[in-house]
Design a protein around this ligand. Sequence first.
Ligand SMILES: NC(=O)c1ccc[n+]([C@@H]2O[C@H](COP(=O)([O-])OP(=O)(O)OC[C@H]3O[C@@H](n4cnc5c(N)ncnc54)[C@H](O)[C@@H]3O)[C@@H](O)[C@H]2O)c1
Length: 249
Amino acid sequence: MRNRMQDKVVIVTGGSSGLGRATAELMIAEGARVVIVDIDSQKGNGVAAEIGAEFIRVDVGQRSEVDKLVDDVVTRFGSLDVMCNNAGAIAMVPLVDTTDAEFDRMVAVNLGGVFYGTRAAARVMTKQGHGVIVNTASNGGSSPSEGMAVYCGTKAAVVAMSKSSAIELAPKGVRVNTISPGTMLTGMVPDVEGIVDVLDKLQPVGYAAQPSEMAAGILYLASDDAAYVTGHDLVVDGGATAGRAAVGV
Ligand SMILES: NC(=O)c1ccc[n+]([C@@H]2O[C@H](COP(=O)([O-])OP(=O)(O)OC[C@H]3O[C@@H](n4cnc5c(N)ncnc54)[C@H](O)[C@@H]3O)[C@@H](O)[C@H]2O)c1
């Protein structure tokens, strides 16, 4: 490790599992002070104790809770250096069967949560004159999958919103980027027998990713290694959306 996050104050939403947890662990290994945030308190408290983070229970789909989170972290730690808006919700369901409740939840968490987190962090970071925001999108935002219309729509919106924010905040010393993961073996993978084999075969690299492989991308975007990188969507998907496989070659 290169202490790339030494003493940085970092918030990671959705930090109780999957990519959020892997990101929090990597940030801590690089010297950061990390607050993980999740709607699941039991898991969040357990993970925080295990990896050496703080835990705050927040529903990122609730504006007032996200504003309070950022206020509390700044009061407690004195600054906010990195905001990772990573929490996400998915329903894999045909368009015509998608319920209003599923639509509302994905929009509230995936788009609302990222917006509230980006705005609250930007208000603090522009005053500080520095800060980095990394938002988790998905390769489904640019290359959508069947049965995920709303999910993919929210992720495309996250990329566009982050790019627009990046242009606005760049003169104020704040960088905003997205990571677009491909298929990762996390809590979002449906619990269906044999699914990991199927997912492995769908990836040009031959396997579905572990969350740590995405966390490395988030660390890069958050670190000074990416000091000149803003408004970028970093696709980390083992080649899944590079193009179509050839037939008959
Ligand atoms: N797993 C994949 O294949 C994949 C692919 C592309 C993008 N992503 C994105 O990666 C991000 C992380 O997902 P993951 O794969 O680690 O899944 P995960 O289910 O393991 O983690 C998501 C976390 O978000 C939390 N969460 C959900 N709703 C919340 C809310 N309202 N407030 C606070 N926390 C909430 C969950 O409790 C959970 O801990 C998500 O944005 C997801 O859309 C995942």
